[in-house]
Design a protein around this ligand. Structure first.
Ligand code: SPD
Length: 340
């Protein structure tokens, strides 16, 4: 009985403090291909906290994993609209700004978003856009819009990120509607557009859309800007363009769930990632738009000239939480894909 009680107490303490036999641990739930191993290793070396990095490929997958409750995560990496939904649902712990002094490294324009004014619950990790990438050796015609991409002549040569909210937003842009104007009426209007586009697409991939473009499997697509930036780094034949119908910007962020076991380690990790030299490592591996002004100063002229990482200034919308309509978005896309 005594042995059992000792075991139970040790297990409970381990759970509460986030420390196992092998030392303290941090459970990170983040997008795939987004957190460099060098950042994780550097953090562990300095703090002794081991990082367990579990990945997801969409905000919806992240929310399912988080809310299923099978695992307790210490740091998560939601995009802006998921941050907003999680704040509303009381699922995020307020950040202790005193423990994140490097917050001051963020550029002022990344500290004033409507989804989390004042960064009370979230800190921008990387920002980006979703745009068109074209292999200009294989596609000779000008491509500047969704209408140019989704043409019968490119059937079987197109790639898109596997993300229902994204896909619907492109159809809404084609209709001249805001990416946040998601109602039964706008979804009904988007449906025939998507029904025409979906069968043209060969690959749906949110993890590494660059791969199919690099190996020539597909010639053209709609992808995350960081993926297009990596393609451009490898070969200037890959051109990135923001769709003429309208584009949006995403703000992928770090946040701490309310039930995090190691909130102290989570604050340490967030503050560590905000160091200029650490944030530079993120840009080196995953060249999205770096919101850290101090880190940007360390980037090379070539990094800053990458048209996918730092596209010309344009008015870009940002996704907002659409509440229950999210389920309708998912159903619309799933049904259309299943109907093929
Ligand atoms: N491999 C990292 C991909 C990150 C993409 N985040 C985009 C969010 C769009 N809603």
């Amino acid at each position: 009985m005594k042995t059992f009680l000792t075991f139970a107490l040790t297990a409970a303490l381990t759970f509460i403090t986030g420390c196992g036999k092998r030392g303290p641990e941090l459970k990170l739930l983040a997008w795939s291909e987004y957190v460099p191993q060098s950042v994780i290793d550097g953090f562990t070396k300095e703090t002794g906290i081991r990082v367990h990095y579990e990945t997801f490929a969409s905000n919806e997958e992240m929310l399912t994993k988080l809310l299923a409750g099978a695992n307790r995560y210490d740091v998560i990496q939601p995009s802006e609209y998921a941050v907003e939904a999680l704040i509303k649902a009381g699922q995020l712990a307020p950040l202790d700004a005193a423990r994140v002094p490097n917050l001051g490294n963020l550029a002022p324009e990344f500290r004033a978003f409507a989804h989390d004014p004042g960064n009370k619950f979230s800190i921008p990790w990387m920002a980006g856009t979703v745009g068109i990438v074209v292999n200009t050796e294989l596609v000779k015609e000008p491509v500047n819009s969704f209408a140019d991409v989704f043409q019968e002549k490119y059937k079987g040569r197109i790639i898109g990120v596997k993300d229902s909210r994204e896909l619907v937003s492109w159809a809404l842009a084609t209709l001249g509607r805001s990416c946040n104007d998601v109602t039964p009426e706008t979804l009904a209007a988007a449906k025939p557009i998507l029904a025409k586009w979906i069968p043209l697409v060969k690959v749906w991939d949110s993890d590494s859309p660059k791969t199919a473009l690099l190996n020539g499997d597909v010639w053209i697509g709609v992808v995350w800007s960081g993926e297009a930036a990596l393609l451009w780094q490898q070969n200037k034949k890959f051109r990135y363009v923001l769709p003429a119908e309208g584009a949006h910007r995403f703000i992928d962020s770090l946040a701490i769930p309310v039930n995090a076991a190691n909130a102290d380690g989570a604050h340490q990790f967030i503050n560590y990632c905000l160091r200029p030299e650490v944030s530079k490592l993120i840009s080196d591996a995953f060249p999205y738009t770096n919101p850290n002004a101090a880190a940007r100063k360390l980037l090379s002229p070539e990094q800053l000239a990458n048209p996918a990482s730092y596209p010309p200034d344009s008015k870009l919308e940002i996704f907002r939480d659409i509440g229950k309509a999210a389920a309708q978005v998912d159903k619309l896309v799933t049904d259309l894909k299943n109907a093929q």
